[in-house]
Each structure stands twice: as C-alpha cells, then as structure tokens.
Design a protein around this ligand. Structure first.
Ligand SMILES: [Zn+2]
Length: 203
C-alpha cells in the first residue's frame, strides 16, 4: 500500500517530461510495485467504468464485444445518448493502442447509424473529451454518441478566433512535425494489388 506522500512523490517525477517519457517512466515505476499498489496508481479500483466493464454495476447495455462496452448515459444530453468505452482502463485516447482506437471509432459510427434509425435522430455528435480542460469528467476515456434534433437544447460550440495567415502556417507546421511519420499499415499483398490496379488504368 502506498502512502499519500509516496504517491505525490511518484507524481512529481513526471513533471517536465514529454508524454512519451512519462509513459516510459510510468512503466518503470509500475514494475516496482505490487498489484495492489499498481491499482492505487492506475485508479483501476475506483473507476466506475472499469466496474461496469466487469459487470459489477448494472448498466443499460447497447453493445458489447471482447474489448468494448457501450451503454446508455443515465443523465443524457438527449434520449439515446450512448457512452462507448474500452474495457481496458485508459484515462485518455492517446494511451489506447491504435487497432483498438480504430475499432472504437468504427463501432461508434455503427452505433451512431443505429441511433439515427432507433431514435429518429436528425443528426448525431460523436464526441471525445480528452482531459479536464476539454470538459472530461469521467476517469475513463469515453466516446459520447449523442442523437441530435434541430430544436434540442444541446450545446457543443465555440466562438471562432481570428488567426493571421503566417501564424496558421506556423501552427500547421508544428502539428505536422509531431505526427509520427510511419507509413500506414498496409499489407504487401494489398499494396501490390493497388499498384496493379494503377497500371491497368493506364490506357
Ligand atoms: Zn476505468
């Protein structure tokens, strides 16, 4: 069992580190802890969404597979508001493995389509809040799928800022520079086929 002091001391070790360094450091620290201490640090014990994923809290289930659970929000923005989340504990989307992120959004889109039909929705919002500054209140990453109607009272909005063209260029460059430059994962077979298709289109 970790003391509050020790937890604070561990937290202080992450200050000033990049997200990648933080993750590395976090793994190193986890390896030195026993399972109970690990739960204290990762917050798995206290997370209601992890408990829902384990079936320990009753939910209004919409969808479930090996890795995901979708439930009705009991305090919805509109009726039919659904929460989709990975069964594995993650606070924010950036720590979720890429194939699972892909699976989450494919599933979110299927649920959104079902909500259009079942709730006679005129629109949907598919929304993720990463971090409290973005309005995240849950300790577990969630995709909100909200049915929308032209005269509903849901507010998702912002006042548009004015940014000069040269600043826009600088911002674009800095974001581009942070996107990993790996090639999209595509099998050799698929790649060959698309090359062949390109050739066959040449008259
Ligand atoms: Zn959780």
């Amino acid at each position: 069992m970790l003391t509050q002091e020790r937890i604070e001391e561990i937290k202080s070790q992450f200050q000033g580190l990049s997200q990648e360094e933080q993750q590395k450091k976090f793994q190193e620290i986890l390896e030195t802890l026993d399972p109970e201490e690990r739960e204290q640090i990762t917050g798995k014990q206290q997370c209601p969404f992890c408990s829902m994923a384990k079936g320990e809290i009753p939910v209004k289930k919409i969808y479930e597979d090996e890795t995901l659970l979708a439930i009705l929000d009991i305090r919805p923005a509109n009726k039919g508001h659904t929460l989709l989340f990975p069964k594995e504990h993650h606070k924010v989307l950036s720590t979720v493995q890429e194939p699972l992120v892909a699976h989450m959004f494919t599933t979110a889109n299927k649920i959104s389509t079902a909500i259009f039909d079942a709730m006679n929705a005129q629109g949907t919002n598919i929304h993720v809040a990463n971090g409290s500054a973005a309005g995240q209140t849950a300790p577990h990453v969630l995709i909100n799928i909200i049915p929308r109607f032209t005269k509903d009272k849901v507010v998702i909005g912002w006042e548009a800022e004015k940014v000069e063209d040269n600043e826009l260029e600088k911002i674009a460059e800095s974001i581009r520079g942070k996107i990993p430059k790996e090639k999209p994962k595509i099998t050799e077979k698929k790649e060959m086929r698309s090359v062949r298709e390109d050739f066959s289109r040449i008259p």
